[in-house]
Design a protein around this ligand. Structure first.
Ligand SMILES: [Zn+2]
Length: 211
């Protein structure tokens, strides 16, 4: 199978190494959660709050479980590919909603992702594309890196694709809550292969409903 070179992008930060690897014992997971909760207790105290008050009782444990849910999210199976019936056919999955957390402020990023690619011999199951998006959204992120991560993972599964495009529209709580308090939506796009050609890019953005 022809394997195209998609270039290396945003490999500046390795995948996080967690202290509790997947499949770790329940005991190990509980200890990990307890350690996170302990840090949140200390944080609440530093913020002048009383973590033992009725209002905040249980908050450190709940926040610890949130992190478990966020970081250890299971996107399900991603790797199924099929032979393509029609060559040169553009596949677009649009409006995939996601939540992530920005790595600069640990505040929410909320938005939608549109993903398209031009299949050669292989296509990936349509339900797998939202899973790829969720997999990479469930870690501390930058919007630009998220777009690149999605392109890269998709390219692993359809390495002979003629082109891949990812377009993300998102709002960042760190922009809306602090600093300039801007209401703007941030738009990021990554176009690889023949998606860099104007006609192909335009077809993708039109199909995604943003062109
Ligand atoms: Zn931020």
């Amino acid at each position: 199978m022809l394997k195209r070179d998609w270039g290396s992008v945003y490999d500046d930060r390795p995948t996080p190494q967690r202290e509790v690897p997947e499949g770790e014992s329940v005991d190990g997971k509980e200890r990990w959660l307890a350690r996170i909760a302990k840090h949140y207790r200390a944080l609440l105290e530093l913020l002048g709050e009383d973590p033992d008050s009725a209002a905040l009782e249980g908050t450190p444990d709940r926040v610890a479980r949130f992190w478990d849910e966020f970081i250890n999210y299971d996107p399900g199976r991603i790797g199924t590919t099929f032979d393509s019936v029609n060559h040169d056919q553009m596949v677009v999955v649009k409006g995939i909603p996601f939540f992530s957390l920005c790595e600069h402020h640990l505040l929410p990023i909320e938005g939608v992702v549109h993903v398209g690619y031009l299949a050669a011999d292989n296509v990936i199951g349509l339900s797998k594309i939202p899973r790829i998006v969720q997999k990479h959204a469930h870690r501390l992120q930058l919007q630009e890196r998220l777009a690149n991560d999605i392109v890269h993972e998709l390219a692993q599964h359809v390495p002979d694709a003629l082109g891949i495009g990812v377009y993300i529209e998102a709002t960042h709580a760190c922009m809306r809550m602090r600093g300039i308090r801007s209401e703007g939506t941030m738009v990021t796009s990554v176009m690889k292969g023949n998606f860099q050609q104007l006609d192909v890019k335009t077809e993708f953005l039109t199909m995604a409903g943003v062109g």
